[in-house]
Design a protein around this ligand. Structure first.
Ligand code: SAJ
Length: 433
């Protein structure tokens, strides 16, 4: 199938890079977003997403007029839906954006069109939600027009590279649909394009992120056990991972972001009777920020009131500027609510404004009068701090560390008392394997 014009609905972390990459390959792309600020910003050259190389690519695409942005879809050869699928308070999937985007396509749907759903969605969404809405056009899915589910699988921070290089799953509602989807992604994808049915593709995406969530949950549980039994979890995991068929992930302050902590709930909602493990892992990871807080309480002998804490890192994982669903923020907020005086510093977003949190724009300002330094996110620039640098910048001699960092006897020799997540052993001087 040939595509001259593609309409991308949703100009977020996935939609905007996809639109720009397609435009860069000579396709006429209409980028649609219901948020006027985003559309107007883009028209004025303001790219609202911070991602390496994206600014240049979008500016070029807009400049060449291969990419146009607006708030309503237009007729096209293919439509790609890349809108968010968050969850409600009770963890049920919120499919309102997918529903609205699909409905917006209906008046423009023509014979021979392809419609792709990329948003992470509960199993059977393509068949039971998307197809019936599109058939309101009077056209028959799989015959008059084609439908596929093709999940995005890119890593924030490497989106443009992974968009092109990762293997791509294309799940059709029938064979012809799958082939049309393969032709569309073949325009820019250098990775293997694997054809399957739409429900398998939905499951694949949810399985990948659920597997990761469960693996992180076991690592987090192991960190608590290590604490209890006088073991160093970082050493223990590095030794266990020498086994050729074992790959335990890393314990930390919890699971944040908008994928791993969300997607497993879609499986739980769809089949609660079969997902007790998935459910429990979610609960374990959601509880991890509170486990880190107990570590802070232990370090301070439960006296949080008025304690001046320098909290380092607020993003949801190391070396990104993304603060969405960040467990570090949950830790800082809870400590502040308990009466601690927390100054938080996030080097990737020094101007972050977060309700209930005092942020500072310099590391020195956070450290200068601290009684405790709490390392929440293992950003490279924190990991490279030496005990001497810290000693000279802060009067605090108590460190609480929720990452594999600041290890070795030089820290103790510099006068610090250390509380490491997952380190129940007092002589933590063994180098990692
Ligand atoms: N985390 C740990 N321990 C680990 C790994 C991660 O505590 O060993 C935490 C991180 O700190 C973070 C959260 O888990 O808070 C999620 O981080 P992540 O790097 O696992 O995932 P995301 O959300 O940044 O991106 C993931 C990616 N999935 C995988 O790496 C398997 C990406 O490929 C997906 O496309 C993306 O989710 C998505 O959109 O689903």
């Amino acid at each position: 199938m040939n595509f001259e014009k593609v309409c991308v609905l949703g100009l977020g972390y996935i939609g905007l890079p996809t639109a720009a990459v397609l435009a860069g390959h000579g396709i006429n792309v209409i980028g649609v977003d219901i948020n006027r600020d985003i559309v107007n910003g883009l028209k004025n050259g303001k790219v609202h997403i911070c991602e390496e190389g994206l600014d240049e690519l979008v500016t070029e695409a807009l400049g060449s007029r291969k990419l146009k942005v607006c708030t309503e879809p237009e007729p096209a050869d293919a439509f790609i839906i890349a809108v968010p699928t968050p969850f409600y308070e009770d963890k049920r999937a919120d499919m309102r954006a997918v529903t609205a985007a699909t409905e917006a396509i209906v008046p423009h749907l023509r014979r021979g069109n392809l419609v792709v759903l990329e948003s992470t969605s509960p199993p059977l969404t393509t068949r039971n939600l998307v197809v019936p809405i599109l058939e309101r056009s009077g056209l028959k899915a799989g015959e008059d027009f084609y439908v596929v589910y093709s999940p995005e699988r890119v890593l924030p921070g490497r989106i443009l590279k992974e968009l092109v290089e990762n293997a791509r799953v294309v799940g059709g509602i029938n064979e012809t649909s799958g082939e049309a989807g393969r032709d569309l992604y073949g325009i820019f994808s250098k990775g293997k394009i694997v054809l399957t049915d739409c429900t398998t593709a939905e499951m694949v995406k949810l399985m990948e992120n659920t597997y990761r969530d469960i693996n992180i949950a076991i690592a987090n549980e192991f960190s608590r056990l290590a604490d209890r039994f006088g073991v160093d979890i970082w050493e223990a995991i590095s030794i266990a991972n020498l086994h050729p068929r074992v790959k335990i992930l890393t314990p930390g302050v919890g699971v944040g972001g908008h994928c791993i902590g969300v997607d497993p709930w879609f499986l739980v909602e769809a089949a609660p009777e079969f997902t007790s493990l998935v459910y429990t892992a979610r609960r374990v990871n959601d509880a991890q920020p509170h486990y880190v807080i107990t570590l802070v309480r232990r370090a301070l002998q439960d006296q949080l009131l008025g304690k001046r804490i320098a909290a380092l890192g607020l993003s949801y994982k190391p070396d990104v500027d993304d603060l969405r669903e960040s467990p570090a923020i949950e830790v800082v907020k809870t400590l502040a609510e308990a009466g601690a005086v927390v100054k938080a510093y996030e080097p990737y977003k020094v101007d972050a404004m977060i309700d209930g949190i005092q942020t500072v724009d310099r590391l020195e300002t956070a450290l200068i009068d601290a009684e405790v330094v709490l390392l929440l996110v293992g950003h490279k620039r924190f990991l490279s701090l030496t005990p001497q640098q810290l000693v000279s910048q802060t009067p605090a001699r108590l460190l609480v560390v929720a990452a594999n960092a600041w290890r070795g006897k030089e820290w103790v020799e510099a006068g610090f008392r250390m509380f490491h997540l997952g380190v129940g052993r007092s002589d933590m001087f063994f180098p990692a394997v």
